[in-house]
Design a protein around this ligand. Structure first.
Ligand SMILES: Cc1cc2nc3c(=O)[nH]c(=O)nc-3n(C[C@H](O)[C@H](O)[C@H](O)COP(=O)(O)OP(=O)(O)OC[C@H]3O[C@@H](n4cnc5c(N)ncnc54)[C@H](O)[C@@H]3O)c2cc1C
Length: 447
């Protein structure tokens, strides 16, 4: 980005070991861990906490990182206890709840739904308490990478003054702004998942059952899915995710289109009948991508700054914090010895990619009749259900994906896919030979 029109930096250049771009979950995690290792860390956040952010449903495997950061109690205090995830299908006339307690990993069996304004504020404050120089209202404008001569990062504060930094290492945790990937031209759209979302906050939404149980509810409909995430103080976050063609049908205001969409799906309409929309409606488009590079000499990307996948399984915050945690180890090792850090960086890349691939396998199939039927008629033969719950819990950074229950689930999916081609369909009593019901969901499955 050219800086010709900008004034010279204020107060010279600030030297540091690591400069973290972005103070969301990834940035705050990396900054905390590196500051605790005694590194001089600067975090630059363009906004001021608390600020709104989407991504409110967390996963059990997040808890391990909260414990490591020392924020587990603080997060419990601001969150709604989340025992699992419920899937509802009007097409099947059914719903299924997956309790995290039924997963393979028995160490972390619940999670939380949070307002991201509070959550991100807790994490950012933690980074500051750990000793990071965490600055808000500072937008990074330009990053000149040069590990040997010294990187140079330029940022603008809210008053318009320019600040320059000389970090030895740069971690890009700028989220969907993808500061480095955009500057490098390395951001590639994911051809398998081209969806968009509309969302807002409501009050007065009816619980799915008798009383609110804290589960996230995913309401499936024939062109996508809705989330309903119970937040503190009786607020419900609701969003709809679908393909661009669906959103192109909008004629009037976004708000009206959103409400019409909600009212068109019976199980959702019932719940919002008495509800009041208490926020603006936000749209996010074309949102799955990955950078073709993840790290280089003296820099790396973590969280959404590297890749974003569809949020149907609430995995974004976990992926962001876990990649930042591993990335902090890479940065720390590089600062000591760039050559010896190289294998660690390669392992970091492999682990991040494996976690994304494990979740993507499910995401790419969420609109397929076979996976939907399997969700609605879950079987636990070979502990398949436990394997599926483990993926839903975010247990994707270990070798869970290769464990027999997960392999059994995938094998069942492929076997059923074949059976569906011959006119069979999964029902409560097993496979039955029947043509698909009129209006059945059809989708091309990729990956
Ligand atoms: C519709 C939708 C629904 C979602 N639902 C969920 C969910 O239920 N659960 C879940 O886990 N995830 C969900 N996600 C994903 C989740 O929002 C992200 O994966 C997560 O926030 C990534 O964290 P991060 O730290 O990488 O990025 P972010 O949280 O985006 O943080 C990046 C930070 O960098 C700052 N920044 C950006 N550019 C600059 C700059 N130039 N200079 C300084 N600062 C900068 C931003 O202000 C921001 O604070 C959802 C996403 C979408 C789009």
């Amino acid at each position: 980005m050219p800086l010709d029109a900008t004034p010279p930096p204020l107060g010279g250049e600030t030297a540091c070991d690591v400069l973290v771009i972005g103070g969301g979950p990834a940035g705050a995690t990396a900054a905390t861990l590196l500051a605790e290792k005694g590194r001089r860390v600067v975090v630059l956040e363009k906004d001021r906490h608390p600020r709104f952010h989407i991504g409110e449903s967390l996963l059990p495997l997040n808890l391990r990182i909260f414990e490591r950061l020392g924020v587990a109690d603080a997060i419990a205090a601001i969150g709604v206890h989340k025992p699992g995830a419920r899937f509802v299908s009007d097409e099947h006339g059914k719903h299924t709840a997956f309790s995290f307690a039924a997963g393979l990993n028995q160490d972390y069996t619940h999670s939380y739904q949070v307002r991201r304004s509070s959550f991100d504020q807790v994490l950012f404050a933690r980074a500051r308490a750990a000793g990071a120089d965490a600055r808000e209202g500072m937008r990074v404008l330009d990053v000149a990478l040069d590990a040997r001569g010294g990187h140079r990062v330029t940022a603008r504060d809210e008053a318009g003054a320019i600040h320059a930094f000389r970090p030895r290492y740069v971690m890009d945790c700028s989220g969907r702004d993808t500061v480095l990937a955009s500057a490098m031209g390395s951001k590639a759209r994911n051809p398998h998942n081209n969806t968009a979302a509309l969302y807002g906050h409501f009050r007065g939404v009816a619980p799915f059952g008798e009383a609110e149980d804290g589960n996230i509810t995913i309401h499936l409909f024939d062109e996508g899915w809705f989330w309903m995430i119970p937040l503190p103080d009786g607020v419900m976050s609701i969003g709809v995710v679908s393909n661009p063609g669906f959103f192109k049908r909008r004629r009037g205001e976004v708000r009206d289109f959103f409400l019409e969409t909600l009212r068109a799906v019976p199980s959702v309409a019932r719940r919002i009948a008495e509800a009041e929309l208490i926020s603006d409606v936000t749209a996010t488009g074309n949102y799955s991508y990955a950078s073709t590079v993840m790290h280089g000499d003296g820099w790396l990307m973590a969280g959404d700054a590297y890749a974003f996948i569809d949020p149907v399984f609430s995995s974004g915050v976990l992926l962001a914090m876990a990649s930042a945690e591993m990335g902090a180890d890479v940065a720390d090792a590089w600062l000591d010895d760039p050559v010896r850090a190289a294998p660690l960086a390669r392992a970091f890349e492999a682990k991040v990619k494996r976690a994304i691939a494990s979740l993507s396998w499910l995401i790419y199939r969420i609109n397929s009749p076979v996976l939907r039927d399997m969700f609605m008629e879950p079987r636990n033969r070979f502990r398949m259900r436990a394997g599926l719950v483990s993926l839903l819990a975010g247990d994707v950074h270990t070798n869970t994906n290769r464990q027999p229950p997960v392999l059994a689930f995938k094998a069942a999916f492929y076997a059923l896919s074949l059976a569906y081609r011959f006119g069979y369909r999964l029902g409560p009593d097993g496979l039955v030979k029947t043509p698909p019901a009129a209006g059945a969901v059809t989708a091309r499955v990729a990956g």
